[in-house]
Design a protein around this ligand. Structure first.
Ligand SMILES: [Mg+2]
Ligand SMILES: [Zn+2]
Length: 243
C-alpha cells in the first residue's frame, strides 16, 4: 500500500477482544463437557471443527454461532483505536489463530472490518450441503510443515510477518506496530527491527516472555493493560511515526 504510515498487526483473541473467541463459543453454546472430554485427543483446529459438527447435529446454524459471537465483549476504546489508526493511514492487519468466520463476524458487528486490509487466520466456510461451519488449519502441517520450533504446527505468525515485510517493503521501508498477548505472538515479535514497536498485553504470556529476556527483542516495547491504555499508546506511537 503506497503512502502507508505504518503496518499495525493485531492478534485477535485477548488483544482485540478481551477474551478468547473459541472458548466463548464453547462456553456460551454449552459445549464445555464435550470439549473437556475430547481436548486430549485432538489438535486444536480439529477440535474446533468437531465442536462445529456437534452444534450442527444439535440443529444450531451458522447464524446461531454468529449471534453468539456478536455478544463477545469488545472494549469501545479498542474500536476507537482501530478507527483512529485506519484514519491516520495505517495498514491494519489481523494475524490470529482463531478463524475467519469468528473474526469477520465480530469485526463486522462493531463496524471495523473494513479498517483491515488482510486477515491471516485459519480458513472457515459453511458447507453448502450440510449447512455446517467448517474450520481448517492455516498451514497444512502434514503436507507443508512450517519448521518453526516456537510455534504450534498449524500457524507460525513469524512467517506471516516475513511475508508482510517482503510485500510492503516494495513501496519503501515500513515501520511495524505489533499488538498481542500470547506465546504465539513471541515468534513475530522476534522478527521486528529497531524502528518497530511491540505492544504486549501486560502480565500475559507475551509480556512475561519479553521481560524474561529483553535483550532478544530489537523493537521498542510498550505494555498495555486496558483498552483505554491500548488506545492511548497506539495513538501516541502512530503520532511519533508520522512526525
Ligand atoms: Mg491472543
Ligand atoms: Zn514461528
Amino acid at each position: 500500500m503506497a503512502g502507508t504510515t505504518a503496518v499495525v498487526a493485531f492478534d485477535f483473541d485477548r488483544t482485540i477482544i478481551d477474551g478468547d473467541s473459541d472458548n466463548w463459543v464453547i462456553t456460551e453454546m454449552g459445549l464445555t463437557r464435550l470439549f473437556n472430554k475430547l481436548r486430549p485427543t485432538l489438535p486444536w483446529n480439529s477440535l474446533m471443527d468437531r465442536m462445529m459438527k456437534e452444534l450442527h447435529s444439535q440443529g444450531k446454524t451458522a447464524e446461531d454461532i454468529s449471534e453468539c459471537l456478536k455478544r463477545t465483549p469488545l472494549d469501545p476504546c479498542i474500536v476507537a483505536a482501530i478507527r483512529a489508526a485506519h484514519a491516520h493511514g495505517c495498514d491494519l492487519r489481523v494475524i490470529s489463530d482463531a478463524n475467519r468466520f469468528y473474526i469477520e463476524t465480530i469485526l463486522e458487528h462493531h463496524g471495523v472490518l473494513g479498517c483491515f486490509s488482510v486477515i491471516y487466520t485459519n480458513p472457515s466456510f459453511v458447507d453448502e450441503e450440510e449447512g455446517r461451519l467448517r474450520i481448517l488449519p492455516f498451514h497444512d502441517s502434514s503436507s507443508s510443515p512450517h519448521g518453526c520450533k516456537l510455534c504450534p504446527p498449524h500457524m507460525c505468525k513469524g512467517l506471516v510477518i516475513d511475508q508482510i515485510q517482503a510485500s510492503v517493503s516494495k513501496s519503501g521501508k515500513k515501520r511495524f506496530i505489533y499488538l498481542g498477548d500470547g506465546n504465539g505472538d513471541y515468534c513475530p515479535t522476534l522478527k521486528l527491527g529497531e524502528s518497530d514497536y511491540v505492544m504486549p498485553r501486560k502480565n500475559y504470556p507475551l509480556s512475561n516472555r519479553i521481560c524474561g529476556n529483553p535483550m532478544l527483542i530489537k523493537a521498542q516495547v510498550h505494555e498495555w493493560s486496558t483498552g483505554e491504555e491500548l488506545e492511548r499508546i497506539l495513538k501516541h506511537l502512530i503520532d511519533t511515526i508520522i512526525i
